[in-house]
Design a protein around this ligand. Structure first.
Ligand SMILES: [Ca+2]
Ligand SMILES: [Ca+2]
Ligand SMILES: [Ca+2]
Ligand SMILES: [Ca+2]
Length: 347
């Protein structure tokens, strides 16, 4: 194992060992202590996507997922719900002028489930924008479509191999896992700008409890003691508040020169997106973008090129809502069982 791999493996696995559990926090699944408590999955943002619609180049698609390993007990001993919290405000935020302060907020709240479905309301900057129910596609009156519900987790990563000293086997640790997702497709003109910064956040009782822009920033680059603080902070202050932490983390994984070059790129934690481009990560993020490979390359200065998992376990849909339909929850149970078995047999 190279010096770099030892450093990265140590940084990645140490918090896990302290928790006495297998690591399942990536990209932003279970990323901070406050989100690992029972029932908190419905406010734990896993991933954020923003991409030009493959069906209509004039449209943008925004997707956020919550409820990591929905309905299945995770290695932290808690189980995520399979529904949206009625006390949670789920937000896509759009910065249209590059100051990392959001200018547009699409905010969604849900009613309690009735016969397996939840009614929801989406506001745009406080004004009614769309309504719908989970499990079906709902038209947005100003153009576009919105849905919410249970889907296959679109994130793919050999996290077991990562935690096993980079002995990647190509097994997708997230295969079979389900998440709750909100999918919004809308005319890109609604942003009023073509180069925008997207963030997702969850707010409970007026308090922000999770947020993310690019994948794995909090999980990989923020010290464990500050992960909750990071989730509750505003991205506009990221460089001042967390720049030293991120710089030190990257330097520990590669070199000081790489850290100095990347810190100002990765902070503030905003998913930058040119709506006129069909390109993917680092331009926004498409469902099939191999963001783990991209970030392993960046953070290792090319020493680690990938995890051998090149795509999702299930095919994405070519039309709205693009996500794959979920497998039965039992598949998730088997997956976690398999994780435990694999880890035992290696020792
Ligand atoms: Ca999270
Ligand atoms: Ca702004
Ligand atoms: Ca999947
Ligand atoms: Ca990969």
């Amino acid at each position: 194992m190279t010096r770099w791999k030892r450093a990265f493996a140590y940084a990645a696995t140490t918090p896990v060992m302290l928790l006495g559990a297998s690591a399942v926090h990536a990209a932003d699944h279970l990323d901070a202590p406050a989100l690992r408590t029972a029932g908190a999955g419905d406010r734990d943002i896993n991933d954020l996507y923003a991409f030009q619609s493959p069906v209509d180049a004039n449209n943008s698609v925004l997707i956020l997922t919550v409820n990591p390993f929905a309905g299945v007990m995770n290695p932290f001993g808690t189980t995520s719900p399979t529904t949206f919290g009625t006390d949670v405000d789920y937000q896509f935020e759009v910065d249209t002028d590059g100051d990392a302060v959001p200018d547009i907020t699409y905010s969604t709240t849900f009613a309690a489930p009735v016969a397996g479905q939840q009614a929801f309301t989406m506001l745009r900057n406080g004004t009614p924008f769309a309504t719908g129910t989970t499990g079906v596609n709902n038209a947005v009156s100003t153009g576009g479509m919105v849905t919410a519900g249970l889907f296959d987790d679109p994130f793919f990563f050999d996290l077991v191999g990562f935690n096993d000293g980079f002995n990647f086997t190509g097994d997708d640790t997230f295969a079979g896992a389900a998440v709750s997702a909100i999918v919004l497709e809308l005319p890109s003109s609604d942003f009023g700008a073509t180069n925008v910064g997207i963030t997702a956040r969850t707010v409970v009782g007026g308090n922000q409890v999770d947020r993310m822009g690019r994948p794995a920033i909090n999980t990989v680059l923020i010290p464990t003691a500050r992960k909750d603080e990071f989730n509750m902070a505003d991205e506009a202050n990221d460089f001042a508040a967390f720049g030293d932490d991120v710089n030190a983390a990257i330097a520990g994984l590669s070199s000081q020169a790489n850290a100095d070059a990347l810190t100002g790129v990765l902070l503030p934690d905003v998913l930058t997106f040119d709506t006129t481009s069909a390109d993917g990560f680092l331009n926004g993020r498409r469902l099939f973008d191999d963001v783990i490979d991209a970030e392993l390359n960046l953070l290792s200065e090319g020493a680690v090129t990938g995890d051998l998992v090149d795509g999702n376990d299930l095919p994405f849909q070519s039309v709205f809502p693009y996500l794959a339909v979920p497998e039965p929850a039992a598949a998730g149970v088997l997956m976690l069982g398999g994780l435990a078995v694999r880890r035992r047999t290696r020792r």
